[in-house]
Write a protein that binds this ligand. Structure first.
Ligand code: PLP
Length: 287
């Protein structure tokens, strides 16, 4: 396996970075996770746009143009002879001294990893997930914007740890007012009387690329989709609940804080959207 590191392809075993890299020392950097379906890089433009916006927000200048980065991604996939893959793009602040001031870092570091995709087990999609709401709140957008996909994911990690402790598959994260925001690394949707609702991102959710793709897809399938705030109660009484994300795609949640959702199995709307999503992923991308 070949990894793109700074300016060259190196073997996985040799792909190491300095302990003085501020990505390691402070979580100073940004990242993206991208999927490749049968040679199609799904929503590559959107992922690159988000990466550059994350970088812009934290004053990190990516030393490549979008076109160069796109080319590097394509080459990484080719070099690893992959057809269906998961790509992890990381841009760290780079190597500096022990102080946290990014001024000591001469140049950001780019890492591109492309791996054969390890799919989530089929049973999980047939059975559906259990969710549990956690005490850790989504960081306030005015403190650190959830739109910045930074290497500092401690908020989400704490949420995941809580979910693990509670013995549920995934966490339900609220904001400081108690409104539902998202999971630890996925967006949430509820379905009530065929109407699909997802939280507006200003409540404190990452504007997921899969989320946006599902909103578009659902609308083309003539579902009503709205972005509106909701609470845990609304989730408990929903007909269906599902999560979206680059890793999970579209997956049902059938139990939330011990309450059975609907019939306790993935619902029709969720199944419909998952099937439709799997159809578009090979089309809607960069070949
Ligand atoms: N929310 C968070 C916090 C995430 O890290 C992710 C993963 O990227 C998502 C939601 C889902 O976003 P996307 O669909 O762009 O993968």
């Amino acid at each position: 396996q070949w990894i793109y590191l700074d300016h060259a392809f190196v073997r996985k075993e040799e792909a190491v970075v300095s302990v003085y890299d501020h990505g390691f020392l402070y979580g100073d950097g940004v990242f993206e996770g991208i999927r490749v379906y049968s040679g199609n890089i799904f929503k590559l433009d959107e992922h690159l746009k988000r990466l550059y916006q994350s970088a812009q927000s934290i004053m990190l200048e990516i030393p490549y143009t979008k076109e160069e980065l796109q080319q590097i991604i394509i080459e990484t996939i080719r070099k690893n002879e992959l057809d269906t893959a998961y790509i992890r793009l990381v841009v760290s602040r780079g190597q500096g001294n022990l102080g946290l001031d990014p001024a000591s870092c001469a140049r950001p570091r780019l890492v591109v990893i492309a791996e054969a995709l390890s799919l989530f087990p089929k049973e999980l999609y047939q059975r559906g997930l259990s969710l549990g709401s956690v005490a850790t709140r989504r960081n306030r957008p005015d403190v650190l914007s959830p739109q910045v996909k930074s290497l500092n994911y401690l908020n989400n990690i704490l949420v995941k740890l809580e979910a693990n402790q509670a013995g549920v598959d995934e966490a339900l994260m609220l904001n400081d007012q108690g409104y539902v925001t998202e999971g630890s690394a996925d967006n949430i949707f509820i379905v009530k009387n065929k109407k699909i609702v997802t939280p507006p991102v200003y409540l404190g959710a990452l504007e997921g690329i899969t989320r946006n793709a599902i909103i578009d897809l659902a609308r083309t399938l003539n579902y009503e989709v709205v972005e509106a705030p909701f609470t845990r109660h609304d989730v408990y009484v929903a007909d269906e609940v599902f999560l979206t994300g680059t890793a999970v795609e579209v997956i049902a949640a059938v139990q939330v804080d011990g309450r059975k959702i609907g019939e306790g199995i993935p619902g029709d709307v969720t199944n419909h959207l998952l099937a439709a999503f799997r159809e578009i992923v090979t089309r809607d991308g960069v070949p």
